[in-house]
Write a protein that binds this ligand. Sequence first.
Ligand code: GLA
Length: 742
Amino acid sequence: MSIIFHEETKVFHLQNDAISYIMMVLPNGKMGHLYFGKRIHDREDFENLLELVPRPMSSGIFVGDKFFSSQHIKQELPDYGTGDYRSPAVEILQKNGSRISDFQYHSHHVEAGKPLLPGLPATYTEDQKEAETLVLNLVDSVTGIEAELFYTIFAQRGILARSIRYHNKGNQSVYLGRAMSLCLDLPDCEYDWVQLSGAWGRERHVKTRRLATGVQSIGSMRGNSSHEHNPFLILKRPLTSERQGEAIGFSFVYSGNFLMQAEVDAHDNTRVLVGLHPDTFTWHLKEGESFQTPEALMVYTDSGLNDMSQSFHQLFQTRLARGYWRDRVRPILINNWEATYFNFTEDKLVQIAEKAKECGVELFVLDDGWFGARNNDFAGLGDWVANPERLSGGITGLAERISQLGMKFGLWFEPEMVNKDSDLYRSHPDWILEAPGRENSQGRNQHVLDFSRKEVVDCMFEMMAKILREAKVSYIKWDMNRSITECFSKSFAPEQQGEIFHRYILGVYDLYERLTTEFPEVLFESCASGGGRFDPGILYYAPQGWASDNSDAVERMKIQYGTSMCYPISSIGSHVSVIPNHQVYRNTPLHTRANVAYFGTFGYELDLNKLSEKEIEEVKEQIAFMKEYRSLLQFGAFYRLKSPFEGNELVWMVVSEDKRTALVGWYRILNVVNDRFTRVKLQGLNEDFCYEVSQDGTKRYGDELMNLGLVTSDATAGQTPQDEIPCTDFESRIYILKAVEV
Ligand code: GLA
């Protein structure tokens, strides 16, 4: 890895074994972008990449050079008003009404490692040799605003991290009207655009379309990163598949409003912008103050989508997630939500825990309903004190009972919310986000606390910390069950109201930071009505997230497959739940429910007391299996082999680091009569190892399994032989592959 600067030509070249990122100071002083892609040789002069051709009707011609127009030049920090008519990355609103700025190169320096982003989640290094950071200093001379552009290149893989910090060194306060974290100008538009989108209960489905002239975008203006669109985008070449071809993945390390857009101009150049959603953001930047944008990540690969995903997985798992749980296998848990909803007593909870303990479950999680007057979702949020009518010994007492069973205890919170029917609201009615003189919109009968205010965050911290200090709590499920409306804070001046969405998220991060600092061994799982805030920002604090409220095994195939495009398996909260399933009322076999949930953190969300003895035996086997293989499942190299978005089958697999063990998950959605011969080509094995395949005890070399494939045909429909158990819909199998001596 190196960051090269050619003094004479003013060319910067960031490179490692995988990628090159090249830019230069342009003749007009702006930062021009030249190349991002597979590593290429360094040269003194890359000016040819500017692709200067005379174009009639161009504006922004640089004096003395009619070829040079900002309209066509690829830029690092395109600003508004100086001839680049594409969407800008920055807009500075000034006292005189002007929004025009002209950021020009001033200086630069290189730092070993990667600086922290104050108050914000970001990827990090543990050793300074892991990465290098180039900091470019650009200045807009009229306002005196300085922009520091951070580019971190990691030693391993094609990863680049970017962010921008603005300093007001001028003598007037301004507004940042737009402060995107990343601009990437690409020289063509031959790409498919791939996004992860959906809604509650069907989050992160893979959607692909062809990039076209004009602007296409995804984003959120809901205050949370949203069920609807994940802050993740892939531009891939049309022929790129999981196994081969070029792709660039973009990820935004942020949990609030975002925008990811691609603009294809009249000459088929593509501008990608990633950052805070400009429609819900302005920041009053006073003299002497600074503003740091969140981090955006780019991953380049020429080896297919799976390789891109593995780069994100490794980065997120090892250099975004933090703390005690980062490298540890996750406890197998049981959560009482779908088992009881609000209808539980302490004894009932203990009964559920006892049965779970008997089966081998390690952690009991008490979900919603344990506090204040929370007997339904109309009351109680905000009063984080146990309801003595339900829990006579409080949380301390229940946690003690669970602990005596030999299990860990976990607890649900929704710290950002309040019901009007609560003591908290009655004593602090001004603590909610609400516009003066207007009726507040409703969402799940609750209101959003104003986390832009420090005293609100302080209060939540004290309430939560009190419980964590007193009771044996090892896990917290942090929920967030409504999006923000009427985003107005009573404690900020009119000129700062455009900051509230962002300040809210900074408040959320602050609370997470304080809790994870004081309670480093508590495992946090994020949740927002399932997967409404499943993003890299939250992953920095909570190494796992409840992927969706939809716990049906078939629905989960798509949700978890889509999620794996960007997020590691260790981050995907996945449970076995009851049938008929509570979201889609579908009956799936118990083994299929587990076979899907294994590819995640794994747990149960039902009352095991209601299962038959035979089913309990199966559950015990499942838990024993997960304990044996969870390290491989959660931390092995993950490959997608067949997509549930493209056919009747899903196949994915994990391979251990030494390649001696692999697990293949095979799932067939509907049964097929008299089916064709089916096989699937595996990946990531050692060609020369001979693997024993658990299903039939056969021995196959890695090269055969990867080139000819693993045979998955069976006799599950039609005239099944008498001695075979017939399969039906929603069949699945886990193949265990172990290298053996021959
Ligand atoms: C949200 C979560 C669920 C559960 C309920 C409790 O919907 O996603 O898992 O915790 O809240 O109210």
